[in-house]
Design a binder for this molecule. Structure first.
Ligand code: ZN
Length: 132
Protein backbone atom coordinates (compact mmCIF):
# COMPACT_ATOMS: atom_id res chain seq x y z
CA UNK A 1 0.00 0.00 0.00
CA UNK A 2 1.37 3.34 -1.01
CA UNK A 3 -0.63 6.50 -0.60
CA UNK A 4 0.66 9.90 -1.49
CA UNK A 5 -1.04 13.14 -0.58
CA UNK A 6 -0.03 16.74 -0.91
CA UNK A 7 1.68 16.67 2.49
CA UNK A 8 2.19 12.99 3.26
CA UNK A 9 3.34 9.60 2.05
CA UNK A 10 2.04 6.36 3.58
CA UNK A 11 3.51 2.97 2.81
CA UNK A 12 3.28 -0.55 4.15
CA UNK A 13 6.40 -2.60 4.58
CA UNK A 14 4.24 -5.68 5.13
CA UNK A 15 5.23 -8.24 7.72
CA UNK A 16 8.03 -6.76 9.78
CA UNK A 17 8.99 -9.85 11.73
CA UNK A 18 11.78 -11.88 10.19
CA UNK A 19 15.50 -11.45 9.59
CA UNK A 20 16.74 -8.57 7.55
CA UNK A 21 16.37 -4.85 7.17
CA UNK A 22 13.48 -2.78 5.89
CA UNK A 23 14.37 0.82 5.04
CA UNK A 24 11.84 3.59 4.59
CA UNK A 25 13.83 6.32 2.88
CA UNK A 26 12.47 5.72 -0.62
CA UNK A 27 9.03 4.36 0.29
CA UNK A 28 8.24 7.44 2.37
CA UNK A 29 10.38 9.96 0.45
CA UNK A 30 11.96 10.93 3.76
CA UNK A 31 13.81 14.25 3.67
CA UNK A 32 15.19 14.62 7.19
CA UNK A 33 15.84 11.12 8.41
CA UNK A 34 16.37 7.51 7.48
CA UNK A 35 14.38 4.91 9.37
CA UNK A 36 14.88 1.17 9.25
CA UNK A 37 13.41 -1.80 11.05
CA UNK A 38 15.95 -4.55 11.53
CA UNK A 39 16.09 -8.08 12.83
CA UNK A 40 19.29 -9.94 13.63
CA UNK A 41 18.75 -13.70 14.02
CA UNK A 42 19.94 -15.31 17.27
CA UNK A 43 23.72 -15.08 17.49
CA UNK A 44 24.02 -12.94 14.36
CA UNK A 45 26.10 -9.79 14.21
CA UNK A 46 26.38 -6.82 11.93
CA UNK A 47 29.52 -7.99 10.11
CA UNK A 48 31.43 -4.71 10.38
CA UNK A 49 32.05 -1.71 12.61
CA UNK A 50 30.98 1.58 11.10
CA UNK A 51 30.63 5.27 11.75
CA UNK A 52 28.85 8.03 9.89
CA UNK A 53 29.99 11.24 8.26
CA UNK A 54 27.10 13.47 9.38
CA UNK A 55 24.30 11.39 10.86
CA UNK A 56 23.69 10.39 14.43
CA UNK A 57 21.78 7.15 14.92
CA UNK A 58 19.21 6.13 17.50
CA UNK A 59 18.71 2.40 18.02
CA UNK A 60 15.45 1.40 19.70
CA UNK A 61 15.44 -2.24 20.76
CA UNK A 62 11.94 -3.67 20.33
CA UNK A 63 12.44 -7.34 21.12
CA UNK A 64 15.17 -9.74 22.18
CA UNK A 65 18.53 -8.78 23.56
CA UNK A 66 22.13 -8.53 22.52
CA UNK A 67 25.39 -6.61 22.82
CA UNK A 68 26.22 -3.12 21.62
CA UNK A 69 29.76 -1.95 20.85
CA UNK A 70 30.66 1.75 20.64
CA UNK A 71 34.29 2.90 20.52
CA UNK A 72 35.41 -0.22 22.35
CA UNK A 73 32.74 -0.02 25.07
CA UNK A 74 30.49 -3.05 25.06
CA UNK A 75 27.22 -3.40 26.92
CA UNK A 76 24.04 -5.41 27.04
CA UNK A 77 20.93 -4.12 25.31
CA UNK A 78 17.41 -5.50 25.29
CA UNK A 79 13.77 -4.64 24.76
CA UNK A 80 13.29 -1.01 25.72
CA UNK A 81 16.95 -0.01 25.45
CA UNK A 82 17.48 3.15 23.40
CA UNK A 83 21.00 4.08 22.28
CA UNK A 84 22.04 7.31 20.52
CA UNK A 85 25.41 7.23 18.77
CA UNK A 86 27.26 10.33 17.54
CA UNK A 87 28.34 10.22 13.89
CA UNK A 88 31.94 9.56 14.96
CA UNK A 89 31.04 6.62 17.22
CA UNK A 90 32.45 3.34 15.90
CA UNK A 91 29.52 0.98 16.37
CA UNK A 92 28.48 -2.63 15.99
CA UNK A 93 25.56 -4.71 17.25
CA UNK A 94 25.09 -8.41 17.93
CA UNK A 95 22.00 -10.42 18.83
CA UNK A 96 22.12 -12.69 21.86
CA UNK A 97 22.66 -16.39 21.26
CA UNK A 98 19.17 -17.37 22.41
CA UNK A 99 16.82 -15.18 20.42
CA UNK A 100 16.54 -12.76 17.54
CA UNK A 101 16.82 -9.05 18.25
CA UNK A 102 14.49 -6.59 16.54
CA UNK A 103 15.21 -2.87 16.53
CA UNK A 104 14.43 0.39 14.81
CA UNK A 105 17.31 2.58 13.67
CA UNK A 106 16.69 6.27 13.01
CA UNK A 107 19.39 8.34 11.30
CA UNK A 108 19.24 12.11 11.37
CA UNK A 109 21.83 14.77 10.72
CA UNK A 110 23.57 15.49 14.01
CA UNK A 111 22.76 18.88 15.57
CA UNK A 112 20.07 19.57 12.95
CA UNK A 113 17.11 19.56 15.35
CA UNK A 114 16.30 23.12 16.38
CA UNK A 115 12.79 22.61 17.75
CA UNK A 116 10.47 19.74 18.54
CA UNK A 117 7.12 18.68 20.02
CA UNK A 118 5.47 21.68 21.73
CA UNK A 119 7.85 24.13 20.08
CA UNK A 120 7.19 22.81 16.59
CA UNK A 121 3.62 21.47 16.65
CA UNK A 122 0.81 23.89 15.78
CA UNK A 123 -2.77 23.05 16.88
CA UNK A 124 -5.39 23.52 14.14
CA UNK A 125 -9.15 23.94 14.09
CA UNK A 126 -9.73 21.18 11.48
CA UNK A 127 -10.82 17.75 12.77
CA UNK A 128 -10.84 14.16 11.48
CA UNK A 129 -14.18 12.39 11.17
CA UNK A 130 -13.68 10.64 14.50
CA UNK A 131 -13.45 13.90 16.44
CA UNK A 132 -16.73 15.78 16.56
ZN1 ZN B 1 24.79 3.37 10.59
Amino acid sequence: MNRIGTHYTASSAGELKGPGRVVFHEALTLTGSEISINELPAGATIPFVHRHKRNEEVYIILEGHGRFHVDGDEFEVGEGTVVRVDPAGARCLKAGDQDAMRYICVQTEAKSLVQFTENDGVALESKPTWLT
